[in-house]
Design a protein around this ligand. Structure first.
Ligand code: AP5
Ligand code: MG
Length: 215
């Protein structure tokens, strides 16, 4: 089963993708995580996208489609992919459809995670991530354990904040979502692939709603 988690910055795409990986043995393909990894390892591409990401703008279709193509054609046998933060433009959506068709695969469901802007700002400004495994925490709803040991990987880890998690970049990210990504809602609705989930519920309730949409 291949699914897309679609939604604005802070909607909970990464949080729910990590749960699906654990519960269903699926593979998370987050273009945001891949781009951040390229930056950390200092590749040419990583250097090229750094400023664009920090400002909150989208990187080029060519780069992200290339990243996804590489992962999908790696030949690994998996239970299915969770596309997290991809596609984000109509060109990316078309490219994903073509890629899956080339591989004889289908897109089974697109989950739209609906959260209002006020809640997004509150969530993002309270977010931190385990530097060891990427598990997502939140100062209010999922605080870092007092002993500093990540509940996901068990390591005594550093917990970092993202460079684009500031008010200025967030404004740009929201604008990019409404301008470039939200047309995908109509696109997938027209293809009968779309399921809407109330992303304002608790993390467990969102997970249950997603499970229902996938059954
Ligand atoms: P990316 O990393 O994809 O960021 P994003 O889309 O802005 O989304 P976020 O990761 O910020 O939010 P999320 O929905 O994953 O929420 P999370 O689960 O963390 O992209 C970053 C940048 O890379 C882009 O701006 C762009 O430059 C570039 N890029 C990436 N993909 C691209 C593409 N395809 N094309 C072009 N450019 C691309 O949750 C947020 C917080 O809320 C956490 O603290 C969490 O604990 C908390 N939380 C989650 N669920 C709940 C809940 N139900 N209740 C309360 N709190 C919750
Ligand atoms: Mg994310």
């Amino acid at each position: 089963m291949n699914i897309i988690l679609l939604g604005p910055p802070g909607a909970g795409k990464g949080t729910q993708a990590q749960r699906l990986v654990k519960d269903r043995n699926m593979v998370q393909l987050s273009t945001g995580d891949m781009l951040r990894a390229a930056r950390t390892s200092g590749t040419e591409m990583g250097k090229r996208v750094a400023d664009v990401m920090d400002r909150g703008e989208l990187v080029t279709d060519e780069i992200v489609i290339g990243l996804i193509r590489e992962r999908l054609t790696s030949g690994d046998e998996v239970e299915g992919y969770i596309f997290d933060g991809f596609p984000r433009t109509l060109a990316q959506a078309d490219a994903l459809g073509d890629l899956l068709a080339e591989l004889g695969q289908t897109l089974d469901r697109v989950i739209l995670m609906e959260v209002d802007d006020e809640a997004l700002v509150a969530r993002i400004t309270a977010r931190s991530t385990c530097a060891n495994c990427g598990a997502v925490y939140n100062d209010i709803t999922k605080p870092i354990p007092a002993d500093g040991v990540c509940t996901s990987c068990g390591a005594k880890a550093e917990f970092t904040r993202r460079a684009d998690d500031n008010e200025e970049s967030l404004k740009t990210r929201l604008l990019a979502y409404y301008k470039q990504t939200s047309p995908l809602v109509g696109y997938y609705h027209a293809k009968d692939d779309l399921a809407r989930v109330d992303g304002l519920q608790s993390m467990d309730e969102v997970a249950a709603s997603i499970a229902k949409a996938l059954s």
